[in-house]
Each structure stands twice: as C-alpha cells, then as structure tokens.
Unconditional design. Sequence first.
Length: 252
Amino acid sequence: MTVSIAITGKSGSGKTTIVKALWQVIKKKHPNKSVLLFDNDLTAELAHSFGKDIRQTIYGIRSGKHEYKTGIPEHMTKQEYIEWALEDILVPLDDNTEIIVSWLVGSKDCRCPITQQLNDALVKLIARYDFVIFDCEFDLKYLHQLVDIPINVTLVIARPNEASVHLAKRIEEYSAKYAAGEQLGVILNKVNKQEIEPLLDLLNKYDLTTLGTIPKDDNLKNNRISKKSEIVENALEQLYYRLNIPQKEENQ
C-alpha cells in the first residue's frame, strides 16, 4: 500500500528543501522501498534541485505536446496510451527513486475525457510505489485537480512570523477536505531558538496543529539550487516519529 505525503505552503517557505530532506530520511529508514517524488509546483523547483531540466511533463501529455522518447506503439486504447506516456516521462534519480513533473493541470470542472483518464492513469502509477512525496503548489486543491488519491500526511510549511502562520491557517482550511481526515499539521521552518515559545503561542491562537519546528540553516544560501541541508534533514529525522507513516528501521 502506498504511503502518500503532501508538502504544502507558500512559495519561499522551504517546501522543496523539506521534500528532499524527508526523502533522505525515508531512504535511511526504508532503504529497499520505492519512492516517487511528484513535482506538482509550477516552478518545477524540485526537479531543478536535482540538476534536472525536465521538459517532458504531465501537462505535455494532456496538451498533446509531449515529444516521445520512442515510437508510439500501435493499437493502443486512449487509456493505455496515457499510461504508456506517463512511463515515458518518469526520470530515475537512483535505484529506488523516480521523479515526475506535472506543471499546469486542468480543472476538475472540465468535462474533457483526458481529465478522468489522466486521473485514473496516475492513480495506477502511484500505486506501484511504497512512498510518494508531493511537492505541492500552495495547497492540496491544485493537486486534487490532477489526481484524486488519499493523502496520509499533509505538512503545511510556514515561516516563523505571524503573516506566514495566518496564511498556514488558510492553507489548512483549503486543504482539509482533500486530506480526507488524515493527518494534517504545520511545520515551522527557518526558526531561531529564541523564537519558538512566542511562535507556539501564535499557533495556538490560530488553533493549528504543530508537528514540529526546523532550525534556520544559514548554509542554504550556498545551496540555493540543490536545496540540500543536513540541519533540515536531522530535524526531520527527529520529528519523523510524529508522522502517521511507517516508522520501522528496515536496515537494522
């Protein structure tokens, strides 16, 4: 059964850094499990952080602009064609991890057959992996417009200030119905130690579930493209036990 994790929040909150760090933690704890990184952010920043300039996207399939790596097999149904095309745009990152980029998505209000066909094909694709981590565009609504699957854990990433916490409350409200009653909470990112107590009071004021805090990493200024941070990774490893996902250390 696939464990699905969605990382949401305002652009600049540190979503991509957290996605990459969480991926590393999951690889440590479950080294033999398969992972799909799903770049659902319009900037495609997650793919760029791996040095991948991925031009072949789900939107390309939807719009008919996808350039295939191989010839198109004959006698396919439209559904089989879409499933085959999704395979064509998966990019491997290591033996157990692949990444896919969505870019623009259509509205669920659209009655075009391609909307449902893409949803069905993506549900089938995602079910192949042990873990899928979504780097989302703001909240879960944009992801839901593309594919409708249960999300086990939704993390709203917020900066340590009242404006960001206020926005996190809005994101939580927008995302709640798509989280389907599963775990939904806030992680405060880029936090200085002296800020923690007043920020926790602020989260209580907005009635937000806080899953943890992540310290500010000044070294990220030198890793703006790769988004790699040992500080963030260590913090996520410490709060991993709070997440409603498998905890067992499979390499022990």
